[in-house]
Design a protein. Sequence first.
Length: 280
Amino acid sequence: MKILDIVFRLPNLWNRWFAVFFIVGSAAVTVILHNMSDTALFLPSIWAITAALFGGLAWFFMNSPATNDIDKTVCGTRSYNRSVWIFLGIGVLAAVLGLIQAGSTCLNWAVGVYSFVILGLWPLFFYRWRATRVIIGGVLLSSPFLLTAVMLSDFRTGLFPAVLMAMLSWVSLWIRDLEVTISKRTPDADMRIHLIYGKTLAWISTLLFIFGVISLWPWLGELYGQRYFWILVIGVLSPILFFWGRLRQPRTDDSKTALHRLCRILPYTGVILLLAFLFG
């Protein structure tokens, strides 16, 4: 076994339970960031985390495939659980109560409920367009930051984390979608992914470059400190760029194997980015 194959021993986080954990974790990080810089707001924090939890559970059951493998959902297997509206309704109710208590403006209301509106429309376009699936998926994964921030009446706390998480989610979901597409091919398919999907990888490279530039801005603007910078560089940017380089310019392994390695570590970089926000 090669050293880089240690990556495959990591648990595969591309599953629906991790998505729920990540959504709730994003809301919790925003609450902690607000409470560290301002007066702690207990009840609005509870409403925010509750809204994120039930919104995540609605997404969980809305995308629930016939088995535990998320790939069937990505590839188009439609298994829709109608009870999802119960979770969606509780999430909306918690968000509305939190927004009312915060005395939100019209803009805050729009920002606070847009993710639930998109989530409710999710089944209509999830199985139609790949680009829409990736874009909307990134928006939904970043929305807990904004939802929690407006419910805490501190929009600035969640703005940068939401933007950065949306960018990282778009990169991750696009790469994941490419991996699932390739996995549907026959076993004897060509392994030269970097040549066959060169145009797609070029667009992902552009998006990855934009993410790298934007992610450094909070440190350059002195919004976040040195701990944010080092956690970001060591735990997020360096692993992605290393495995991305192996994909674009394969050496001892084919680019298909490099793609699988990159996909395996992407969810971990999202968790580390949350830690960068928290400690930075």
